[in-house]
Design a protein around this ligand. Sequence first.
Ligand SMILES: [Zn+2]
Length: 446
Amino acid sequence: MTAYLLERAWLPSPDGGRFCDDVLVEVEDGRFTAVTPDADPPRAIPVRGLVVPGLANTHSHAFHRALRGRTQRERGTFWTWRDQMYDVAARLDPETYLALARATYREMAAAGITCVGEFHYLHHQPDGSPYADPNEMGQALVHAAREAGLRITLLDTVYLSSGFGAAPEGAQVRYSDGSVDAWIDRVSGLEARFGRTSATEKLGAAVHSVRAVPAADLEAVAAWVGDRPFHVHVSEQVAENDACHEAYGVTPTRLLADHGLLRPSTSLVHATHLTEDDVALIGGADAFASFCPTTERDLGDGIGPSRQLHDAGARLTLGSDSHAVIDPFEEMRALELDERLATRQRGHWSAPELLTAATIDGHASLGWDDAGSIAVGQRADLVVVDPASPRTAGAGRDEGAVVFAAAAEDVQRVMADGRWIVEEGQRYDIGLELEQAVARTWEEGR
Ligand SMILES: [Zn+2]
């Protein structure tokens, strides 16, 4: 058992959470065994700063990290960005993917992220044929998370068509298993390897989008998914809604609901362009909505109805998606700030609500009900934020400072499952690892 005395930590409370001083936490086998505020223990390791629970990144495509700073230079739309993304997708192999994902996950860990939901669809070789081990790419991601020290929920993604009724083309042949039965075979083989009890790794499932999986196959996916975490890109683009209407006469959300895929373990990623009926369906299903505000900004997607979804009963979570930015503090405040732009009113989301989205609800959407809170029995994750940096100094030592002032660079140390995975002074090394992994992906400097 190890005892820490946290100078100031965010603990659960009936109204969501509050900061308490001098919190003694005892950690054993990766979990909190005691949490006592206002303690004065004779022997405990002091941890100075503002301490919050581990943050969950609910939507990641690790390989998109290679696009940062490169795709932002030109004009275009989501669809022209996608062409550049496919260029990276065509290049990677299991070895370069492992290196890029590990460096990306280390960047996440340094930003306070202790769990990632990896929405994984880059399954096969560049010509579309499976690797000798058909799950080699997925395994590379799991290894990358293990080496970076954070938990992963691998959301193995079914992707069968390029658009409504169109065959996969170009880089998309790497994504497709050819049929829903082949996807089930492959992902079942992967699950046998995970077991269902791994301490730091979980397997979930995803449908890339209603563009990429014919409606006739959705029920087979739903049957396999069961109570596993299930994620799906929904209504990120108006064009997707229009095409879905044309193909099926309903919205993407309604289509998923009609095929048994809107349930409490479902996360709708983006959920940007929704009808009132969609919002009511998602809230009524007690589902999650995974917003990715910095990516949605970067791609010019639009601003989704985050508060309406919350008020209808949905639980909001946050993801860095394309990794144009990896900063969960920026994602948290973006929910509120984007609502201000959309409504010209201030004060939609409170700081405790935003911290809840980034911690407890984020973890729950990835299947980790035992993480995201500094409480007895929970996984021992701690994120130490500097309250005296040039950004946070004078901002108040509370939720407002964490959510509206702090940035990823203010994270000093990070513990996941009882182990310190990030220590001060590691940023240089992480930058170097990223530099090398991205250069290798693009085959630069050779
Ligand atoms: Zn995505």
